[in-house]
Design a protein around this ligand. Structure first.
Ligand code: PNS
Length: 163
C-alpha cells in the first residue's frame, strides 16, 4: 500500500492544485491532501482550515482514493501520522524552485525516510496561485476556470461578508 501526501495551504484550492492532486492520485494507492493551518502566512488565511478542507473534499469527490485532513505540525510528522512515505509538491515557474528545494532539503534533514517528489504544473496553470485568485476576486474579476466551481461560490460569499 503506497500512500502519498500533497501538502499545502490551499487558501483556496485552485485548478492548478486540483490538477496536481488528480495526477498524484493516479500514482498512489491512497493520497492524503494535507491542509496546513499556516496561521502566519501573509497575515493569515482567508478561509479557516475547516473551510479549506470542506472545499477540497467537494473538489476531489470524484477521486475515490483521496482524503483530506488538516494539520498544524511539522509536515514530516504529519506524513508519519498518516503513514505516507512520499510528499508530492507541484512545481510551477522557476520561482517556485528555490523555496521548494529548500523545503525538501529541510524535510529530508528532519526525516530522510520521507521522500519528496515534484510534478510539473501544466502550462495553463504555470502562473496560477491562490494569492492571485484572491486578488482578482477581491477586485470583482472572474476567477471561473481558475478554481473549482465550488470555490468560486465560496469566494464570492466570503468576500461579500468581508466588504
Ligand atoms: O501552499 P504552501 O503555503 O506553499 O505550502 C507550504 C507548506 C504548508 C507545505 C509548508 O509551509 C509546510 O510544510 N508547513 C508545515 C510546517 C513544516 O513542516 N515546516 C518545515 C518545512 S521546511
Amino acid at each position: 500500500m503506497k500512500r502519498g501526501i500533497v501538502p499545502g495551504t490551499f487558501d483556496p484550492i485552485t485548478s492548478g492544485h486540483l490538477d496536481i492532486i488528480e495526477r498524484a492520485a493516479g500514482l498512489f494507492d491512497e493520497l492524503v491532501v494535507g491542509v496546513a493551518y499556516s496561521k502566519n502566512k501573509n497575515g493569515g488565511p482567508l478561509f479557516t482550515a475547516s473551510e479549506r478542507v470542506t472545499l477540497i473534499e467537494a473538489a476531489t469527490s470524484h477521486l475515490p482514493n483521496v482524503s483530506v485532513r488538516s494539520f498544524d505540525t511539522l509536515l514530516v510528522d504529519f506524513a508519519d501520522e498518516v503513514g505516507a512515505s512520499v510528499i508530492v509538491k507541484g512545481l510551477r515557474a522557476m520561482t517556485d524552485f528555490e523555496r521548494e528545494f529548500q523545503m525538501s532539503a529541510l524535510n529530508w534533514r528532519l526525516d530522510s525516510k520521507v521522500e519528496t517528489m515534484f510534478i510539473m504544473a501544466i502550462p495553463e496553470y504555470m502562473f496560477l496561485s491562490s494569492s492571485a485568485v484572491k486578488e482578482i476576486a477581491r477586485h470583482r474579476g472572474s476567477v471561473r476556470g481558475l478554481v473549482p466551481d465550488v470555490v468560486c461560490d465560496a469566494l464570492e460569499r466570503k468576500l461579500e461578508e468581508a466588504r
